[in-house]
Design a protein around this ligand. Structure first.
Ligand SMILES: CC(C)(COP(=O)(O)OP(=O)(O)OC[C@H]1O[C@@H](n2cnc3c(N)ncnc32)[C@H](O)[C@@H]1OP(=O)(O)O)[C@@H](O)C(=O)NCCC(=O)NCCS
Length: 173
């Protein structure tokens, strides 16, 4: 992995983040969205996430965004406030170099620093790389929801994985 910078995302990164994520919406089961996001939708999403205290990170190489990892609410009931759902996406050109590992580890660190205590990953199956990445970073497999996603005429199951972040006090979010 050569010279990859990981930093907090800014509004300037929205088009690049959108371009990477939208590749996993069209023609892929990785995202259960069915329509690509516009930059305006992604900007509104970004502002809500950041103002609610959820870390959103990007990875850059030579000044170009090559991936993103972000967190968001697990469920909207108040008692879930120190639990976050986590996501990571990478441009295919950067697969298999350890960038996913570094970026997801940085996201977990940011969540710990923000005093979240549980991270939950939801992986649409099959996705061996994502399952391997989650387990490498200490997530444990909780179980599989069978056939919950219908995309492009096929039913897809999702694996739920959770990581305990070893934090006692909940965050003020
Ligand atoms: C999942 C993803 C982020 C992994 O990023 P990456 O940088 O390629 O992964 P890394 O190089 O850091 O490898 C992480 C682990 O996964 C394993 N792995 C990577 N690709 C794999 C594959 N195709 N099959 C099985 N394991 C794989 C690696 O071997 C490594 O484990 P190890 O260190 O024990 O050998 C990347 O493939 C991606 O963006 N995929 C498309 C979007 C996606 O699926 N996001 C997850 C949504 S839940």
């Amino acid at each position: 992995m050569s010279d990859v910078e990981i930093r907090q995302a800014s509004t300037d990164d929205i088009p690049a983040m959108n371009a990477i994520y939208n590749r996993y919406i069209v023609g892929s089961h990785v995202s259960f969205d069915t329509e690509p996001w516009t930059d305006a939708q992604r900007l509104s999403w970004f502002q809500r996430r950041v103002s609610a205290g959820y870390p959103v990170l990007v990875a850059c190489r030579d000044g170009t965004v090559i991936g993103a990892s972000w967190s968001g609410p697990w469920r909207d009931k108040a008692a879930y406030r120190s639990t976050a759902e986590t996501t990571v996406v990478l441009a295919p050109e950067a697969f298999g170099e350890g960038v996913g590992t570094t970026r997801y580890a940085a996201l977990l660190e940011a969540l710990r620093a923000a005093r979240f205590h549980v991270a939950i990953g939801i992986v649409a199956l099959p996705n061996d790389a994502s399952v391997a990445l989650h387990k490498k970073l200490g997530y444990r497999e909780v179980g599989t929801l069978e056939g919950v996603g219908l995309k492009d005429g096929l039913r897809h199951s999702t694996m739920i994985l959770e990581a305990q972040l070893d934090v006692v006090d909940p965050p003020e979010v």
